[in-house]
Design a protein around this ligand. Structure first.
Ligand SMILES: NC(=O)c1ccc[n+]([C@@H]2O[C@H](COP(=O)([O-])OP(=O)(O)OC[C@H]3O[C@@H](n4cnc5c(N)ncnc54)[C@H](OP(=O)(O)O)[C@@H]3O)[C@@H](O)[C@H]2O)c1
Length: 211
């Protein structure tokens, strides 16, 4: 069983990944600014309060870790301002992982980030750019930093997120010709992430996930 650091573990996909990773027996270090308020108690869970933009916090959180899951997000109110959280946090994380020799990184970005931007339909392109353009430009930089690293990375690009249950049935679209938008639950994205913790199947790949 792996020692897993989840950066952005207090909510959403990161929180779902935390619950599912513990359930299958991984040891989880849950990292976020409000990690102390995570309402899960388990011998295999350590809550670590910290800021992903702090080199010291991230480096300390990486001690004894085998696999890192990065599931950061910004609030809706931040979408209309310049966004640099994803790239800034990733620069810090990648360099600290490389320094420590930790290889495996699983990062959540989203459909429309990086080269998947070309797969956004004409109808969705204008609203997508209007509401999510700043965040996704920064996710593009984040993806480049990861792809240029020496890490064994998987970039996870979910479609539109729901709070539905885990079904275990979703499409993992690896080829650019297959990419399209759609819905997927956070729990199913977490299912893919947790399955990837001890699998090399999607190393150096950036699949789009939709149900
Ligand atoms: N909404 C959609 O339809 C959609 C579609 C595709 C992709 N996505 C992407 O999927 C990802 C996950 O979204 P989500 O809605 O599941 O999660 P979320 O609710 O956005 O959660 C974000 C997590 O990041 C943490 N975080 C933010 N800033 C941090 C910092 N400086 N240091 C440490 N932790 C920090 C938060 O914890 P604290 O606040 O406690 O620090 C929280 O645990 C996001 O990148 C989102 O853009 C979303």
């Amino acid at each position: 069983m792996a020692h897993v650091l989840i950066v952005g573990a207090s909510k959403g996909i990161g929180f779902e990944a935390l619950r599912q990773a513990i359930a299958v027996g991984h040891q989880v270090r849950a990292f976020s600014r409000s990690a102390n308020r995570i309402d899960v108690f388990d011998a295999n869970l350590e809550k670590r309060r910290g800021d992903a933009l702090s080199e010291a916090d991230i480096d300390a959180a990486l001690g004894d870790i085998d696999v890192v899951v990065q599931a950061l997000g910004v609030g809706a109110g931040d979408l209309f301002q310049p966004v640099s959280l994803f790239s800034d946090a990733t620069r810090i994380l990648v360099s600290s992982m490389e320094r420590r020799g930790i290889k495996r990184l699983i990062t959540v970005t989203g459909f429309g980030a990086g080269d998947s931007r070309d797969a956004i339909s004409c109808l969705q392109f204008v609203p997508f750019r209007l509401f999510l353009g700043r965040a996704y430009d920064d996710k593009g930089v984040q993806e480049r930093l990861i792809k240029n690293s020496r890490l064994d990375w998987t970039i996870v690009r979910p479609g539109i997120l729901t709070n539905g249950p885990r079904s275990g049935h979703y499409k993992v679209l690896v080829k650019p010709s297959q990419w399209h938008n759609g819905f997927i639950s956070r729990a199913d994205v977490a299912d893919f992430i947790v399955n990837s913790i001890d699998s090399e199947k999607y190393v150096r790949q950036a699949p789009v996930l939709v149900s």
